[in-house]
Design a protein. Sequence first.
Length: 225
Amino acid sequence: MYDLKKKLTFLKITHIPRVPWSSVSAFNLKPELITFSYLFFGLTLFGLGEALLIVSSLGVTPWTVLAEGVAIKCKISVGLATFLISISILILWIPLKQKIGIGTISNAIIIASTIDLFVYLIPFVNSYYLSIFYLVLGILFVGIGSGFYLTTNLGPGTRDGLMKGISENFKKPISIVRFSIETTVVMLGWFLGGTVGLGTILFAVFIGPLISITLFLIKIFYREC
């Protein structure tokens, strides 16, 4: 039996494992049903997590803080700032050799739709303890959802692609790469005038390890191909 206590191995994972449902190519317009099912499951869970973070009212994600900061400095909307940041990240994909797939497109569509749905269904709360519960559960769901949809190999979302590209090209652990990206984004967004909350800080600290744990467990229990 594999010893999970051995030197925190999950923190050292540097690539997305290939498992039975992984697509052979990122640019696959006709993925198998099981592959698309895991993609949909992962992105839906991701969106639910984002919705819980919003409902908790304890702080937005690091990238939203950056978008707020850019919006303030450039006098544009947060939505436009988010779009411009996403385009900038996609440009960085070129030297990092990342490929766009239906997962990249689905990332934007499914997550956005899921967030809207669950923000509508989940009532906002006045209880601080329930807000903390939503916050923790939200971060957990985003981490698990990210791990599952990434293993489909149908193309990552813009920010996950940046993480994946840096990790693969520089052979650095995903947990460290994601932590470095999120903390840098938080500091830059805060410097530009974005709002930082408890949820923002916790997300930046824990999202990398959570994605790594999910990928590690998938690799162990489903056997990497």
